[in-house]
Design a protein around this ligand. Sequence first.
Ligand SMILES: C[S@@+](CC[C@H](N)C(=O)[O-])C[C@H]1O[C@@H](n2cnc3c(N)ncnc32)[C@H](O)[C@@H]1O
Length: 423
Amino acid sequence: MSFEFSAQKLVYGGDALGHYQGRAVLVPRALPGERLEVEIVRTAKGVMHGRPLRILTAAPARVDAPCPYFGRCGGCHYQHFSPENQAAAKAEILRETLRRIGKIQWEPDIPVHAGPAWNYRNQAQIKVAVQPDGRIALGFFEAESHRLSAIDACLILSPRLNAILAALRGAEWSAKLTGCREIELFADDRDEKVMMAIRGSLNGKEAEALAADCLAKLPGVASVAIEAGGGSRVFGEQALKYQVGDFEYQVSAGSFFQASKFLLPEFVKSVTEGEHGALALDLFAGVGLLTLPLARHFDEIVSVEAHPPAAADLAANAKAHAFQNVRAVAETAFDFLRRFARSSPDLVVVDPPRAGVGSDTLKFIAALQPRKIHYASCHPATLARDLGLLIAWGYQLKFVELFDFFPQTFHIECIAKLAPKQT
Ligand SMILES: C[S@@+](CC[C@H](N)C(=O)[O-])C[C@H]1O[C@@H](n2cnc3c(N)ncnc32)[C@H](O)[C@@H]1O
C-alpha cells in the first residue's frame, strides 16, 4: 500500500520524520517540506519505516545524487541534499537532541566547520564476498543489512583509496582474495602511503603471499596487517605516519585515528588552542592527536587510552616529540580515574567512542572539579545524556560547535565546552 507522505524534519540517522494516521513514519532520502509517495517496508517499536516511491513536491535544497549506488549502498544518506544545507540541518538535529535527551535549551548559534564534501575519507572498510560464479565482489553493506552492494569507486573516499579499490577489482586479485571478508585501508595525510588490514581465513603461507603481493603491486601500500585465525601479523612498515598541524603521529594497525582528513587541523585547534596551565587530562586519547598540542602548553598532561596498540602509539608519539611532561596511561578512563586523587585540573578533554563517557566515569571527572571540560563527541545522543549529567552536577555549557567530518552521511562530530557554574 502506498500513501502520500509529508516530510516534516530530519532526524539523526538520515531519515525524514512525518506522520500517517497519527503514527510516526521515517523515510530515507526525503527532505523537510517535501511530499512523496511512500510505501511501508517495516514497523519497529511503533514507528513505521517507509520507502520513497516518487517525489511529488521537491524541496529547493534537493540535488541529484552523483553516485550510482546511492540508495542501495548503506554508506551515504544525504547525497540528495545540498552539502551546505546538510551541515545546517545537522546543527539543528544536534540542538534538538540536546533538548530532548539532555533537557538542555541551547539557544546560541552552533558554528559549523565544513570542508570539501567529497573525497574526504582517509579510511575505508571494504567488504569482500564470493559471488555464485566464484569471482569476488568488493563493496559496502546495504543499509541495515549484511548484503554487499558491489562498487567500482566511492565518491567520499580519497583518490588513493579509490585507486587501490580499482586495482583490487582486477581479475588477478579474485583468487587471491577468496579467503578474505574485509579489507581496511588507511591513507596518510598526503594520500600517498596506505596501511592495509585484511581480515578472513588464511593460513600462514597464504597470508605471507597475499601480503607480499599487496606490498609489491598495490599503489602506495606500505604496510599490510593480516588478521586471521585469531592472530595478527604485520608485513612491511609497522606503522603509518600521519601529519596534523605541527605534529607527526605514528599510527599502528588497530589504533584509532580520525577518518576524515580535511577538518582535522581545525578540530585539533578548537579543542586545544589557547589552553594552558599546570595539569590537563586527555581521556580516550587514541594515539595522542590532542595530547601533543596540549603538551606544549601544560606543565603536565596525563593521557589515558584503553586499547593497547593505540596506547603504545601514544607513548611513542610523546617520546618522539620529546615531551617529558606527558604521562601515557594504558587503561580505561574509569580504572584510571578511580585512583587519581589530584583535584582541579585546568582542563579535562574527553573524546569517547559512540557510547559516550557514561555516568560512572563522569562522576569521577566531576569530582576532580576541572576548571574546564572539552567534550568531543561523535554521537549526539550520548553527548546530550552526558552533558545533562555534568550540568546537574554543577557545570555550565559554554560553547557548542559542529565539525561536518562526514558530508553525505548522517554522522555528526561536535565539541562541547563546559566550565563550573558561577555561584
Ligand atoms: C573517538 S576515539 C578518540 C581518540 C583521540 N582523541 C583522537 O581524536 O584521535 C576514542 C578512543 O578511546 C579509546 N577508548 C575506548 N574506550 C575507552 C575507555 N573506556 N577508556 C579509555 N579509552 C577508551 C579508543 O580505543 C579510542 O582510541
